[in-house]
Ligand binder design. Structure first.
Ligand code: SF4
Ligand code: SF4
Length: 226
């Protein structure tokens, strides 16, 4: 290595060092994106589409929509879902199959979402709760219908008695409205005045035979004067 090559490599090394220090210097003044977890757990934002764990969808009254059709169990490629059912007697005496236990093994789930998309009743969904770490593998096996008795109960229907009086009142109203609407209707109105106009028009035309009776009486009177 001659003196020229020595200084050339020296300047290249200094230039590379300055470029690296420029990148480091910029990061000193840029906004920090590091998440201080778990200190920021209260303000931590997780994507709503993140699939953390499978869960039932409960309404405000604590009812779920699962009918134990086992479609999700058949579509799960890993055997993650195990559904047990039971026969329950209905108030009308008929027996109906209902959900007993919905077992979900988080440890074998690949979060493919096939169970959610194949459910015909939109009864399950994925929660974005990412804190699912446990100390035992058995703790990853969960029963999703954690309100089994209330969820299996048939939901009461309240709209039927309220809808019954509406058609009864609707039938009476048109019956009363029909006679009131007839005089105002166009069909009977033209018939009545037409009948009233006919005798009026017939009177002037009928006066011709009437004066015919009077003419002989008037003709007799001048004959007497003569
Ligand atoms: S979650 Fe849906 S697909 Fe699975 S058993 Fe219940 S109703 Fe059927
Ligand atoms: S997400 Fe996929 S693997 Fe997990 S329970 Fe549903 S169907 Fe099975």
């Amino acid at each position: 290595m001659n003196i020229k090559e020595y200084f050339s490599s020296l300047f290249k090394g200094a230039h590379s060092l300055i470029q690296g220090m420029e990148v480091t210097g910029k990061e000193l003044f840029t906004k920090k994106v590091t998440e201080q977890y778990p200190e920021n757990r209260a303000t931590l934002e997780i994507s709503p589409r993140f699939r953390g764990t499978l869960q039932f969808i409960y309404d405000d009254e604590g009812y779920h929509k699962c009918t134990a059709c086992k479609t999700c169990e058949r579509n799960c490629p890993n055997g993650t879902i195990t559904i047990t059912t039971k026969m329950v007697e209905q108030p009308d005496g008929k027996k109906k199959m209902q959900l007993e236990k919905y077992i979900y093994d988080l440890g074998s789930c690949t979060f493919c979402d096939l169970c959610v998309t194949s459910c015909p009743f939109h009864a399950i969904e994925f929660s974005n709760d990412f804190e699912q770490a446990v100390f035992r593998r058995e703790a990853l096996v969960k029963q999703l219908n954690y309100l089994p008795e209330k969820g299996n109960r048939p939901k009461p229907v309240v709209a039927k008695p309220a809808a019954a009086p509406k058609p009864a009142a609707a039938v009476e109203k048109p019956a009363d409205a029909k006679p009131a609407a007839d005089p105002n209707a166009t069909q009977p109105a033209p018939t009545k005045p037409a009948a009233a106009e006919k005798p009026v028009a017939a009177d002037p035309n009928a006066t011709q035979p009437a004066p015919a009776k009077l003419q002989p009486s008037e003709e007799q009177t001048p004959k007497k004067e003569d």
